[in-house]
Design a protein around this ligand. Structure first.
Ligand SMILES: Cc1cc2nc3c(=O)[nH]c(=O)nc-3n(C[C@H](O)[C@H](O)[C@H](O)COP(=O)(O)OP(=O)(O)OC[C@H]3O[C@@H](n4cnc5c(N)ncnc54)[C@H](O)[C@@H]3O)c2cc1C
Length: 396
């Protein structure tokens, strides 16, 4: 067999590509990273909620930016709609925090710097994927090629690599977009994340370290466009009203980002000598702030599976090895994607039997501590954490 260029080639240039490159190299795999642009850029939202399990993975590979404490800890969460409410607190659950809101750009830059120090990276595009019995050949846009045991596709929700290898997706266009912007509020956020469900989509206020909050507001497409066209003062008034003044009057700081939403779930998370990871495998509704966290759990599983294969002397890109990753993550992330999709439907409808169910639901769950604990454990990411991957402190 011709000489391999790497054990694993990573294709893509977003957060998950950078984190995967740095972490897999740290685990001792020979990694090569083929990103589309130089320098790669962060395409995600500004601040991002990272769950404790995701943070544990980032810290394990020295990818958590700055010296602690980075970002803003979320100590409390309040969720409500017209008929009911539920609240969570770190103290009640006996955990240090529910999540941490960090600057997505800083997170990406930290992972990017580590990846560049640890792996060979090149700005190029993969235009053909040719799997063989011992290795996969990747043909690049400039006509050269690379040979590896495994290709990891981390090229985002539109994933050209997923299309190239022909993995179909389940899709649902929400017909809605998220507006994301920073606000100063009259009342202090007190380390609390707020989410109000409204017909048409939720509005969330995430606490930031400097006392401001980040609003992520989902609205049906035409309404979102109209809101996006408003002057900042008018948008601030609309957001204050939509959030039922949970933080008092809001004032907008900086620009508003407009992000169209859709659910996409790959029918399989692996093919011959290829694994999908992050949004390339699953794009979920942002209402639970879990998209990147699911990608980090994909990576935790992939590392556990590949490390075990290496200990046993198995081929890293073989069907049996990839099947373990794909089956586990397809069912866990698939369930999460469908659950968020179901929540979106449940809370978006303004009338019908779902409204009654929803009314009973929130307040009822709030009164059942074991169910609340289970929900919080799920949201913190620990239930999907692979037992073979030890983490320091906390953990499952
Ligand atoms: C409004 C909103 C709020 C969110 N909030 C949260 C949150 O609080 N917590 C959370 O966990 N998640 C959140 N998410 C989700 C999170 O942003 C994504 O899940 C995450 O960015 C996915 O990372 P990724 O690396 O898989 O994909 P991406 O970030 O999309 O990166 C993939 C990159 O690959 C590039 N690419 C495409 N084609 C090629 C090619 N041929 N070659 C090379 N590169 C290519 C793309 O341009 C892109 O830059 C939110 C999303 C939205 C829209």
């Amino acid at each position: 067999m011709p000489r391999l260029d790497a054990d694993i080639v990573i294709g893509g240039e977003g957060l998950l590509a950078a984190v995967s490159a740095a972490a897999l190299a740290e685990e001792g795999f020979a990694v090569s990273w083929i990103g589309g642009e130089d320098p790669p850029r962060w395409g995600g939202p500004g601040p991002i909620a990272i769950a404790p399990a995701g943070r544990a993975l980032l810290e394990r590979y020295r990818l958590w930016p700055g010296s602690p404490p980075e970002g803003q800890a979320v100590q409390r969460m309040r969720v409500w709609d017209a008929g009911g409410r539920i609240s969570f607190s770190a103290a009640e659950l006996a955990v240090p925090e529910l999540a941490r809101i960090v600057d997505g750009v800083r997170l990406f830059e930290c992972a990017l710097a580590a990846a560049r120090a640890r792996v060979v990276a090149e700005a190029n595009r993969i235009v053909a994927v040719e799997p063989g019995p011992d290795a996969v050949r990747l043909v690049l846009a400039d006509g050269r090629s690379r040979l590896a045991r495994l290709l990891l596709a981390c090229d985002g929700a539109d994933s050209p690599l997923r299309r190239l290898i022909g993995i179909p997706t389940l899709e649902r266009a929400y017909g809605a977009s998220a507006l994301s912007f920073r606000v100063r509020s009259r009342l202090p956020h007190d380390a609390t994340a707020f989410q109000r469900f409204l017909p048409g989509g939720p509005i969330a206020l995430l606490p930031l370290a400097d006392g401001a909050s980040q609003v992520v507001w989902t609205r049906p497409e035409p309404v979102a466009r109209a809101l996006n066209a408003l002057k900042p003062e008018a948008l601030a008034r609309a957001a204050t009203e939509a959030s039922e003044e949970c933080l008092g009057a809001l004032e907008i700081e900086g620009a508003c980002r407009f992000l169209p939403l859709r659910m996409r779930l790959a029918e399989g998370f692996a093919a011959e000598r290829v694994a999908l990871l992050g949004d390339a495998a699953h794009q979920v509704h942002p209402l639970a702030g879990q998209g990147a966290n699911l990608g980090l759990l994909d990576l935790a599983w992939l590392i556990a599976v590949l490390a075990r294969a290496r200990r046993r002397g198995l081929d890293l890109g073989s069907r049996a090895v990839l099947a373990r990753y794909a089956q586990n993550r397809r069912s866990a992330a698939g369930l999460a994607a469908l659950a968020f999709d179901g929540l979106e439907r449940l809370f978006s409808s303004a009338e019908g039997p779902l409204v009654q169910l929803r009314r009973m639901g929130l307040s009822l769950v709030d009164r059942i501590p074991p169910l609340k604990r289970w929900l919080a454990h799920e949201a913190m990411g620990w239930s999907a954490w692979p037992a073979e991957l030890p983490v320091s402190g906390g953990g499952p």
